[in-house]
Design a protein around this ligand. Structure first.
Ligand SMILES: Cc1cc2nc3c(=O)[nH]c(=O)nc-3n(C[C@H](O)[C@H](O)[C@H](O)COP(=O)(O)OP(=O)(O)OC[C@H]3O[C@@H](n4cnc5c(N)ncnc54)[C@H](O)[C@@H]3O)c2cc1C
Length: 480
């Protein structure tokens, strides 16, 4: 199937300014190489970044591969507003003034030379370096100020010192205990070293995060894409895999007792393979939504209990005016919203749209409210920080006066059930290796949670896991 046709069939377009994959000059992991003779076949469960890349590598080696995806679209937690057909999204999209691609999931490229950073530069996608075009604000005592504004404040310095030295923290306790900052600075700590890793500071292992950061080999740049929706880029990169995906195919049961593995989907249809890659979110495995027969091997099952994947909400708000600062990037330290992101920074004329990410217990609490009440709680926090300007400048629908907002509650997505994986207190990076360990040369694991190279919780982590898992499979075929 031709690239455009494949994308069109999946209801997705290619955004402007993208070069077709055949124009790439860089040699990549999945460039066609010598075919690997293998009479069996591989099934990948999950068409997120990990599953797509794993399938692409195997396909390029001549191995027969199919991807089973529960949802209606590929991409997983890479999901762009522009590609959604849902009425709620379309209403927001048409009324919003955002003149840049709005993302429901991943939106920041961590590391210009990370796995995802390299895909983006291979495609010659225009990016914006956040640190060069904007800087964060920090909330203490209910006031948001720049780092310069807080200079000399010892609580502010304590949090920044902890965050910048986090990769060297040796404490086996929680981030909260390891940081030991004053009550006044707890929300700031929680934003910068809790929410960003998928939960709150009291739930996350300091050592687990430290080891993760230490293992990273890429630079610390943070980029956004100037014009292109992430889902377009991901699917264009893996265009050759799109015809291999079976959408609306939720795997419910895996029988891996014999040489041939049998999968049963929600419609009762059976699929067979000789090697299986499970690339679903950690939360799906933890919830028992997929049954394994025999049950998961103990190294994987034990490791599974050492990670969390908490509630997660993305909220996008449109304002009539930017009152939080044209050059601000993140606003850290909110108690209702730990991460406000001025997502138009460096790429918008208007700077009037905010993208909020709420993880962990706070997201769990907000998830219990109606969307309207959730937005009102958020505006109440903005009002208290910015003298009523949140409610004052929020844009409303001209016809029915409803507040213009978009809520994506990932917790309620039946095939994602949360945000990103994180290490529970006492967990180390080695536990990710155990989570990823293959069983009997038949059962393999991928996905961001299984990345032990420092990028878990990100798109690069998902891509890294695909490289690892396909190496494992290819080795098992070449040296049975
Ligand atoms: C709100 C939010 C913000 C984020 N921000 C960033 C960011 O700025 N930068 C960044 O790099 N990363 C970010 N991330 C993380 C990033 O999106 C993920 O780490 C990455 O996309 C995960 O890819 P994956 O392939 O491991 O899993 P997923 O993308 O979750 O793919 C798994 C797939 O499995 C499917 N599936 C589930 N159950 C079944 C089943 N039973 N049968 C068949 N299929 C099934 C799902 O539908 C899904 O498509 C963010 C995530 C969220 C939620």
């Amino acid at each position: 199937m031709k690239r455009r046709t494949a994308l069109k069939n999946l209801g997705l377009g290619i955004s402007a300014g993208m070069l077709a994959p055949q124009f790439f000059s860089a040699c990549k992991k999945d460039d066609p190489g010598p075919e690997i003779p293998y009479s069996g076949n591989v099934i990948v469960i999950g068409a997120g970044a990990a599953g797509l890349y794993a399938a692409d590598i195997l396909r390029s080696k001549g191995i027969s591969v199919t991807v089973l995806e529960a949802g209606t679209q590929p991409g997983g937690r890479v999901r762009s507003l522009r590609n959604q057909t849902d009425v709620q999204y379309q209403t927001f999209s048409s009324a919003s003034q955002a003149d840049f691609p709005v993302e429901l999931g991943a939106e920041v490229i961590f590391g210009s030379n990370s796995s995802w950073g390299k895909v983006v530069s291979d495609f010659s996608i225009a990016t914006v370096d956040m640190s060069a075009s904007a800087s964060p604000s920090y909330i203490l005592d209910g006031q948001a100020k720049s780092a310069t504004g807080w200079q000399g404040d010892s609580d502010f310095q304590a949090v920044q010192g902890f965050v910048s030295g986090l990769s060297n923290v040796g404490s086996n306790g929680s981030i909260k205990d390891a940081a030991n900052v004053s009550p006044r600075a707890q929300a700031l700590l929680n934003s910068q070293a809790g929410n960003i890793f998928g939960s709150s500071a009291e739930n996350i292992s300091a050592l687990g995060v430290a080891q993760m950061l230490k293992a990273q080999t890429h630079d610390s740049k943070q980029l956004t894409m100037r014009n292109n929706p992430w889902q377009d880029v991901l699917l264009s990169r893996f265009v050759n895999v799109l015809p291999l995906i079976k959408l609306n195919t939720e795997v419910k049961a895996i029988d891996w007792s014999g040489d041939v593995i049998t999968l049963t989907d929600a419609k009762g249809v059976q699929h067979t393979c000789t090697k299986l890659i499970v690339a679903v979110p950690l939360s799906i495995l933890k919830s028992g939504a997929i049954t394994f027969s025999p049950s998961l091997p103990s190294p994987n099952a034990n490791a599974l209990s050492k990670f969390g994947m908490d509630a997660c909400i993305r909220l996008v708000l449109d304002f009539k005016k930017n009152f939080w600062g044209l050059d601000s990037s993140y606003i850290w330290g909110g108690t209702t919203v730990p991460q406000y992101f001025n997502s138009g920074a460096g790429r918008s004329q208007f700077f009037r749209t905010m993208s909020l990410t709420i993880n962990g217990p706070k997201a769990q609490q907000l998830s219990g409210l109606s969307d309207d009440n959730m937005v009102l709680q958020v505006l109440a926090e903005m009002d208290s920080i910015y003298n009523g300007q949140g409610t004052g400048f929020i844009r409303r629908d001209l016809t029915d006066d409803r507040i213009l907002s978009l809520v994506k509650d990932w917790t309620k997505d039946p095939f994602i059930k949360g945000g990103i994986s994180y290490p529970l207190v006492g967990t180390t990076n080695d536990d990710r290796k155990a989570l990823a360990s293959p069983a009997n040369d038949r059962l393999y694991f991928a996905g961001e949670a299984t990345d032990a190279t420092g990028d878990a919780g990100t798109v690069s982590g998902a891509l890294n896991s695909a490289i690892r898992v396909t190496d494992e499979i290819i080795k098992s075929i070449v040296n049975p």
